[in-house]
Ligand binder design. Structure first.
Ligand code: EPU
Length: 341
């Protein structure tokens, strides 16, 4: 389809917080062949541009004054097999969960723990999505990008080039505004190797009486856990975890643990320790707390929700309140995960 720009586009359907804001200029990119024209257009050259995927990691506090370009590129295919491995490429605009289910149905395993994460394939490397003992970096072979300052010329980044970290990658730093993720290549396995170490998964499988789980069993267990703890954005606006789990120096973690032995914590490498932000917020008595229509989710304190009419500013004010409470009680700074605009 040819590229079409529109004005004053409502963004409510395109952000999972359900913020009722508009983009001054808007277009959808459903064909990579249109990218050079988009980059050469006056609208692009004269305005700041926000590339939007599933809108599940953004909090709009106001109308967007520039161009919102939504990536709707579609397609998933097997590129090659390498022994037991399958190298599978998916376009940036594919819905993440639908793609995970597609891989399982084809017998390409490895993404099952990442079932039901909102968003698109193109966003998955940016924040290195992770859940239940797997991070997507463990399954990414390479990332296909378009160079925005070179008319959209393609560039393939290897896994190492992406410099993945916890909820972090080169796309949040040096590559921000320069590289656009257009497709992601995954190294999956045709041999099932379920990862069931995460406590919640073990409990779910045990409760279902499954001793030798298949990847589909793990996917279903993850779907049940997420559905029981995390709000469905289609019903209650949210962007998943609003805060990252803070990573602190060993000495600070030890001091906190001496005072709060129940604080869930995990080794984070380099002598650092990751703390469960949900637990810290919960201990401040804020789980289920509500300021008008902005709330801390009642079943997972890491998630902020829009009960209907909260504005982006209301959610941001609540986030600041949560950050202040955790700083005061534990001396720990919480960093927001979504982009706040
Ligand atoms: N906890 C509480 N109270 C709460 C929430 C959590 O006490 O309100 C405790 C739990 O009991 C548990 C610990 O904190 O002992 C960790 O909780 P959980 O297993 O729910 O995981 P999390 O660390 O809070 C992270 C990810 C989630 C991911 C889960 C499962 C981040 C920022 N979040 O949450 O990702 O699903 O692990 O792997 O790393 C997301 O990014 O949107 C997301 C949901």
């Amino acid at each position: 389809m040819t590229l079409r720009f529109t004005r004053r586009q409502p963004l409510k359907p395109f952000n999972t917080f359900g913020m009722d804001v508009a983009a001054e200029h808007y277009c959808e990119l459903d064909d990579l062949a249109d990218l050079p024209a988009l980059l050469a257009s006056d609208v692009y050259r004269q305005n700041p541009t926000l590339w939007l995927g599933g809108g599940s990691n953004v909090l709009f506090t106001a109308d967007y004054p520039g161009l919102v370009a939504r990536l709707t590129l579609k397609g998933a295919r097997l590129l090659e097999t390498d022994g037991d491995d399958a190298i599978v490429e998916a376009a940036a605009g594919e819905n993440w969960h639908a793609f995970v289910q597609h891989t399982l149905s084809q017998g390409w395993y490895g993404l099952e723990n990442l079932s039901l994460i909102p968003g698109t394939v193109g966003a998955c490397p940016v924040q290195n999505i992770g859940a239940y003992g797997v991070e997507v970096k463990d399954r990414i072979e390479s990332v296909v990008c378009a160079q925005l300052e070179r008319g959209g010329e393609p560039l393939l980044l290897s896994n190492a080039d992406c410099r993945f970290g916890y909820r972090d990658s080169v796309f949040k730093h040096e590559a921000a505004g320069k590289l656009l993720v257009t497709a992601v290549r995954f190294r999956l396995s045709r041999q099932p190797a379920p990862r069931t170490g995460y406590g919640d998964i073990q409990q779910q499988l045990a409760a279902a009486g499954i001793a030798a789980p298949t990847p589909q069993d793990v996917s279903e267990a993850v779907i049940r856990i997420r559905s029981s703890k995390l709000p469905n954005p289609a019903e209650l606006g949210n962007a998943g975890s609003f805060f990252k789990n803070p990573v602190v120096p060993q000495a600070q973690a030890e001091a906190l643990l001496a005072e709060h032995p129940a604080l869930p914590h995990y080794p984070a490498g380099d002598g650092r320790v990751k703390l469960a932000a949900g637990w810290l917020i919960d201990q401040c008595g804020l789980k289920g707390y509500r300021d008008g229509d902005a709330g801390v989710h009642a079943r997972q304190a890491l998630v902020l929700v829009n009960y209907g009419k909260a504005s982006g500013g209301d959610i941001r004010a609540l986030a600041q309140k949560v950050q202040a409470a955790v700083r005061q009680r534990f001396g720990v700074a919480l960093e927001a995960e979504p982009i706040i605009l």
